[in-house]
Design a protein around this ligand. Sequence first.
Ligand code: GAR
Length: 208
Amino acid sequence: MKNIVVLVSGGGTNLQALIDAQKSGKITCGKITCVISSNPKAYALTRAAENGIPTEIIRRKDYAAFEEYDAALTALLQEKQADLVVLAGFMTILGGQVISNFRNRIINIHPALIPSFCGEGYYGLRVHEEALKKGVKVTGATAHFVNEVCDGGPIIIQRAVEVENGDTPEILQRRVMEQAEWHILPEAVNLFCNDKIKVIDNKTEILD
Ligand code: GAR
């Protein structure tokens, strides 16, 4: 059984999707053992508490230097014996220590079809604002491993979602979550927990 540690910053609907998938047996061989938030007021913390999952808070601003923050988060993940780290709406960039200590063991959910609308500054609602500004007809979500390049790690699963007439960023964000994120993130986590993801040359191969 792999220990899954989920990092959050906000509402935590992706965390909820993971909790629900665990309860319904869609995630096997893994258990959410801790939720770590960058924001003490995140509703995601309530979701964790309601489900009896231990929580921790770690804030970038409590550390003078970024390296200290990076070391503290690495130490916390090691103390929690994380086998898999999931970024479920985690809005702080990870440092090199966390990434190198958990190489191909950190999964992020991004609300667009990478390599579109990704990289530094593309997070949350902003991603959907840019997609609407560009006038794309199809967008979606991507579950991928995290490496040193922002949103540049090996892609695990992508799912497309149609843009509709009259969409606002909020409406599109909700549709992308409902039709893509809440499905592919638990699927990617389940594949990882069952050792079904092989990484070669910054790409993944899903094993049957
Ligand atoms: C989700 O749409 C997630 O894909 C996005 O933030 C939202 C968090 O919602 N993440 C990023 O933009 C990361 N680059 P949630 O807290 O309800 O899961």
